[in-house]
Write a protein that binds this ligand. Structure first.
Ligand code: 3PY
Length: 249
């Protein structure tokens, strides 16, 4: 059985005090839940949050990492640094990074490699733009994102990844993919993995849905056979909403 996961991508929100308040609320609320719960704050807060969550099953991730391990790369943060402060997951290739920072599949493959070489689990994001869906190119786009970003991995590394399908037209817009659209794309991604590796690998990888997932729609999305949880944006910033989503399995 693959992991059920609910991961909260806080994006560039909250100061230290607010971040700690949120994790303290989650820590108290987190009892006997089915999914793995991950909080993904901004870099400066990771270590304090890891310390605050000591003895809690809640895990901590980062929103990005460098393609490089160390050296003269001003402003960059490496996977090994993230590992050293207690992060366990890294979001790689979120659509905001692809669009605002021009991140391409090739560089994202390097980030995935950096994560895996440092014992971190990459949460590799893929998803099409609205015009790509409207022109019926959505499968082709997602296929090339998966192919170029992940399929250089050996089988033993591939099984240590998590994938998030986030249709760009559903991110921060309040529009959610319909259950049929989500299931169709998740099943497509799983079939690509089975084709490239084998069915066992495909069945072991958690594929999360992202894009305006909230307490109202989470139950229906998470009941789909190929949706293993969610990468949650805005709704992860309030403990009540995030826990309601985490309780939606
Ligand atoms: C969203 O739901 O807005 C996200 O971008 C989650 O990563």
């Amino acid at each position: 059985m693959r992991d059920k996961i609910v991961a909260g991508n806080w994006k560039m929100n909250k100061n230290l005090e607010e971040a700690l308040q949120l994790v303290n609320e989650l820590k108290v609320a987190n009892v006997d839940l089915t999914p793995k719960i991950i909080v993904i704050p901004s870099f400066p807060f990771i270590n304090s949050i890891v310390n605050t969550l000591e003895n809690s099953p809640i895990k901590v991730g980062a929103q990005n990492c460098s393609t490089q391990d160390s050296g003269a790369y001003t402003g960059e943060v490496s996977a090994s640094m993230l590992k050293s402060v207690g992060a366990q997951y890294v979001v790689v290739g979120h659509s905001e990074r692809r669009s605002y920072f021009n991140e391409q599949n090739e560089g994202l493959a390097e980030k995935v490699n950096q994560c895996l070489s440092n014992g971190l689990t990459p949460i590799y994001c893929c998803g099409e733009l609205l015009e790509e869906r409207e022109s019926n190119n959505h499968f082709k786009i997602v296929e090339s994102q998966i192919n170029e970003g992940l399929f250089n991995l050996s089988e033993s590394k591939m099984i240590d990844t998590v994938i998030a399908y986030e249709p760009v037209w559903a991110i921060g817009t309040g529009v959610t993919a319909s259950p049929d659209q989500a299931q169709e794309m998740h099943a497509f991604i799983r079939a690509l993995i089975a084709q490239k590796y084998n069915q066992q690998v495909a069945d072991s990888i958690s594929i999360l849905y992202g894009g305006s997932c909230n307490p109202k729609n989470a139950k229906e999305l998470f009941s789909l056979p190929d949706v293993d949880g969610g990468l949650i944006g805005g709704a992860s910033l309030k403990s009540v909403d995030f826990m309601a989503i985490a309780n939606s399995f």
